[in-house]
Design a protein around this ligand. Structure first.
Ligand SMILES: CC(C)(COP(=O)([O-])OP(=O)([O-])OC[C@H]1O[C@@H](n2cnc3c(N)ncnc32)[C@H](O)[C@@H]1OP(=O)([O-])[O-])[C@@H](O)C(=O)NCCC(=O)NCCSC(=O)C[C@@](C)(O)CC(=O)[O-]
Ligand SMILES: NC(=O)C1=CN([C@@H]2O[C@H](COP(=O)(O)OP(=O)(O)OC[C@H]3O[C@@H](n4cnc5c(N)ncnc54)[C@H](OP(=O)(O)O)[C@@H]3O)[C@@H](O)[C@H]2O)C=CC1
Length: 441
């Protein structure tokens, strides 16, 4: 099921194609984004950053707080997902990520954009039962007490039940032989609605532990969610025509076959798959961070899913279909929330969610999958043709210029020399800087 509509008559909240966005100053970009998305002054101020997280709030979020830590917040443009335009907030330290996502989204929008779907927001928690003489008998007793277990779990969280969520089902996994004897692991499957759901399901798991001991006659140890959120999947698909892929240097067919060949290596080889999937997470993590979600949970879920067959592989697939179009697909667990965690406490996370305009956690999950697929495509496109260094290092050159001591107009001036010379090194940056005035001339 898709959280956002596939209907081409879908109402447009905004137009994500903002001409010459990259050429504006950060302040003018923010003003444009505020206008395009119809954001209020408080939201715009929260996106601007610079001390928007009050020390008292930060102190309430984690322990031993001494300050706050800032990252650049970029906005990826051009995204069309299920016929609707989105501006994507991305908090990330790595150059070229936001540019790459925007670029692939620009090409995709001319080919119909991204299509997404997702399963319901169902999380698992595990309850480990030890000291069992008859693990299969314990399994059978747990399954026949399914209704009692569901009822006990659901008694705990009235708000979630009223919202249409709650514990839906159980599974029982038997491990006959482990280093600590036989083990039964009860899974509770919980629809957590718009929460990431960790606290929700952990509370349920702890609540029903005494009942599980009563039913099994064993001893409960762990009661914790699984980050392999395999019942909470988000999927994205994109199709590119050969004309859309073509550049002055490469025909579309060459580009497409190069991308398919690059993906084939990631499918069969874990060494490549790790890097390929890192490229996908380059797109997803910055959105997860910007919206105040738990990026460790998303990373854990993605890589566990990639290894679910016992062999670590690519999260995405790229192929050429019968109509001669390049088709990319991505499917991965996506445990994200619009409530809970820092999503409501951090002012910038609230503002990022408002900019996105997503109405459910499922919609956010689908947007994240689309951004991951765009990012994957950008990296493969570069790798399959000119290599990663030209585009990436040209943007990284600005970082190197700053490391060399450049400021203001000097940054762009030094970076452009490094990029032109294909020599992005700090010592060269220092030499270039020494020859410049304060105005970068
Ligand atoms: C970097 C580009 C996009 C340049 O590509 P280009 O051909 O120089 O770009 P362009 O100047 O022709 O611009 C095309 C569009 O890109 C965007 N764009 C372009 N430049 C900017 C900019 N400065 N600021 C904002 N947006 C920018 C922008 O949308 C622009 O369209 P416009 O809106 O202007 O009509 C391209 O070379 C690319 O996509 N490279 C891949 C970059 C990448 O993957 N970076 C991730 C870091 S590397 C890594 O960690 C992962 C990896 C690679 O190992 C994963 C793997 O192995 O699979
Ligand atoms: N392994 C892991 O990944 C772990 C992660 N965590 C952390 O847990 C946090 C996320 O837990 P989570 O359970 O999402 O957070 P919360 O417990 O903060 O939020 C969930 C609660 O919000 C209330 N709620 C209000 N509106 C909604 C809605 N529309 N949909 C769903 N629930 C709603 C519900 O009931 P009510 O109002 O009654 O509370 C629900 O139980 C993150 O900070 C994560 O880092 C924690 C432990 C382990």
């Amino acid at each position: 099921m898709s959280a956002a509509s596939n209907d081409s008559t879908v109402t447009q909240r905004l137009n994500s194609r903002i001409a010459k966005f990259r050429d504006l100053s950060p302040s003018d970009r923010l003003t444009r984004v505020g206008e395009v998305a119809g954001l209020g002054q408080d939201t715009v101020a929260a996106l601007r950053g610079g001390g928007v997280l009050p020390p008292k709030v930060a102190d309430g979020m984690i322990e031993n707080v001494v300050g706050t830590f800032e990252l650049p917040l970029g906005v990826a443009t051009n995204f069309t997902i299920n016929g609707r335009d989105y501006l994507i907030p991305m908090a990330v330290e790595e150059p070229s990520v936001v540019a790459a996502a925007s670029y692939m989204a620009r090409i995709a929008r001319d080919c119909g954009g991204f299509s997404t779907s997702s399963t319901g927001p169902v999380m698992r928690a595990q309850i480990q039962v030890l000291s069992l003489e008859d693990p299969h008998g314990a399994r059978s007793r747990l399954l026949s007490n399914r209704e009692r277990i569901l009822e006990a779990a659901n008694r705990k969280d009235r708000v979630l039940i009223e919202l249409g969520g709650g514990c839906r089902d159980i599974e029982v996994h038997v491990f006959e032989s482990t280093p600590v004897g036989p083990m039964v692991v009860l899974h509770i499957l919980v629809d957590v609605r718009d929460a990431m759901g960790a606290n929700t399901v952990n509370t349920m798991a702890e609540t029903i532990a005494p009942l599980v001991e009563e039913i099994t006659g064993g001893e409960v140890r762990l009661r914790i969610l699984s980050n392999l959120a395999d019942l909470r999947l988000a999927r994205a698909r994109v199709e590119y025509t050969m004309e859309a892929l073509a550049t002055a240097e490469y025909p579309g067919e060459r580009m497409a076959s190069g991308i398919v060949e690059a993906c084939a290596l990631a499918v069969i080889d874990p060494y490549r798959a790790a890097t390929h999937n890192k490229g996908i997470m380059n797109g997803i993590d910055p959105l997860i961070v910007a919206t105040g979600n738990d990026w460790r949970a998303i990373e854990a879920g993605a890589h566990a899913w990639a290894a679910r067959s016992g062999r670590y592989t690519s999260l995405s697939r790229w192929e050429i279909n019968g109509a001669g179009r390049l088709v990319g697909t991505l499917e991965l667990p996506m445990a994200v929330g619009l409530v809970g965690g820092a999503t409501k406490t951090h002012p910038a996370a609230r503002a990022a969610l408002e900019l996105l305009g997503v109405e459910s956690a499922q919609e956010l999950a689908e947007v994240a999958a689309a951004v991951g697929l765009a990012q994957n495509m950008a990296a493969l496109r570069a790798l399959a043709t000119e290599g990663i260094q030209r585009g990436h290092m040209a943007l990284h050159a600005r970082n190197i210029a700053i490391v060399a001591g450049a400021s203001g107009a000097q940054i762009e001036a030094v970076a452009s020399v490094l990029a032109r010379e294909h020599d992005v090194r700090v010592d060269r940056a220092r030499e270039v800087l020494a020859g410049l005035g304060k105005d970068g001339q």
